[in-house]
Design a protein around this ligand. Structure first.
Ligand SMILES: [Zn+2]
Length: 425
């Protein structure tokens, strides 16, 4: 009885106190690109409560008990989003040795370090499209719980074919046997099983490789590898369970096949010709260009000495062809979402892609749109990410000068807020 009275007193006290006071933060922005694609506004205040933006007002608003963040001499924009990263590693001469000597646990901690570098560079959301899946799901969940500092991660599970780009290569047969993924499949039914399997274990999307790839240590080319029936089954199985499919693809035959099967994005798209462009526009699928990966592998192939001969040839060829293909595609009006393939390049250098996109003829504003609105649309999060508007997550970054004048301003992000929490100031 006493217990029940105590509970009822407690309830009335809580009612008197009203709902828990939310903390209000007022961000004073000298210049604010609230909605990429529209002109920036001067002297604005962003109101942040808990993890969300609750208002955007003209002038520098103040209020009692509110925390004020002074970015009056900065250019403020939505957190950037990278749709193609591999947080588990970084390409370099020690890759093979690390695989043999590092424990899984140590590798996991390294991934957390890479995630932190990515966030500090102003990338508040990423899509990881190829790491050890369980490791990446755990990192995603740990960041979401607030245990680690990193970007919001949309994590892919990979499905690939025997001997294809997603399968293991370049090690002894014994090691290949040990490390072959259960999601390597052949034929439509086996690939349907694999697609369901990656969803079962926690994938937010499915990553496939419809063509060969540069880093495969076999001279199997960069043309189409997966068959139409396999592609269709994977996309259908994914769709039934509410997942999208992203396909790595270099040559046009593989781009066309993947688009015909219904993938949501083509990664790299190094040889996007007229047939592919027509299909991109018909389907509305996104091209994720990864010019930074092309430039990095082409440079390393010439300047460093660790690539297998099979890889080196592809790196120089594909690396040098990517930018021209991207230029044609975006001029033709293909939807583009920002992606770097970081992990080929160092994590934290993600904004270098923006510089390469501008060099390839895209306007500074359009580049920022690809890394905000378009990326948010690709991951079906337009209602909560991509702009600085009421109702969205408070993912806000700042740079010293306008990236609309010089895109290189994005290389030095000096303020990062994700979900209302400040990670760099
Ligand atoms: Zn990649």
């Amino acid at each position: 009885m006493t217990h029940r009275i105590a509970v009822s007193i407690l309830v009335s006290l809580l009612l008197l106190a009203g709902p828990a006071q939310s903390e209000v933060t007022l961000v004073h922005a000298g210049q604010l690109l609230a909605v990429p694609g529209e002109a920036p506004l001067s002297d604005m205040t962003i109101i942040v409560e808990n993890d969300r933006i609750t208002g955007v007002q003209r002038g520098f608003v103040t209020a009692d008990d509110a925390t004020v963040i002074d970015l009056r001499d900065k250019f403020v924009l939505p957190g950037l989003m990278d749709m193609h990263v591999h947080l588990q590693g970084e390409l370099g001469p020690d890759n093979d040795r690390d695989q043999l000597k590092m424990s899984d646990q140590l590798m996991q901690m390294r991934s957390a370090y890479y995630a932190m570098n990515t966030l500090k560079a102003g990338f508040t959301t990423v899509r990881d499209v190829g790491s050890s899946p369980q490791e990446m799901y755990a990192l995603r969940d740990a960041i979401n719980k607030g245990w680690l500092h990193g970007p919001r991660i949309i994590a892919a599970g990979g499905v690939g074919i025997t001997g294809g780009h997603a399968d293991i290569s370049g090690v002894s047969p014994e090691l290949m046997e040990m490390f072959t993924s259960p999601n390597v499949c052949d034929g439509p039914y086996d690939c349907r099983r694999a697609a369901r399997n990656v969803i079962k274990y926690g994938a937010d999307l499915i990553k496939i490789t419809s063509t060969g790839g540069v880093m495969t240590e076999r001279a199997t080319g960069t043309g189409q590898q997966m068959e139409m029936d396999e592609l269709r089954e994977i996309v259908k199985a994914a769709e039934r369970m509410g997942r999208k499919v992203a396909s790595h693809a270099h040559h046009e035959d593989g781009i066309v096949a993947a688009l015909e099967a219904g993938v949501a994005s083509i990664e790299h798209g190094s040889y996007t010709g007229p047939r592919a462009i027509r299909l991109f526009k018909e389907t509305g699928a996104y091209l994720v260009p990864t010019l930074l990966a092309g430039k990095t592998v082409a440079t390393l192939a010439v300047e460093a000495d660790f690539m297998a001969p099979e890889v080196r040839e592809k790196a120089i060829r594909v690396g040098n062809d990517m930018a021209g293909s991207f230029e044609k595609a975006h001029k033709a009006g293909v939807n583009v979402a920002y992606g770097t393939d970081s992990g080929i390049s160092p994590h934290g250098d993600n904004a270098q892609e923006a510089v390469l996109m501008v060099e390839a003829g895209m306007s500074e504003m359009d580049v920022i749109v690809t890394a905000t609105l378009n990326a948010a649309d690709l991951i079906d999060m337009s209602d909560s990410l991509g702009t600085i508007e009421p109702g969205k997550f408070a993912d806000i970054i700042a740079v010293d000068n306008s990236p609309l004048v010089n895109i290189e301003a994005l290389l030095d992000v000096n303020f990062v807020m994700k979900g209302g929490k400040i990670y760099k100031q």
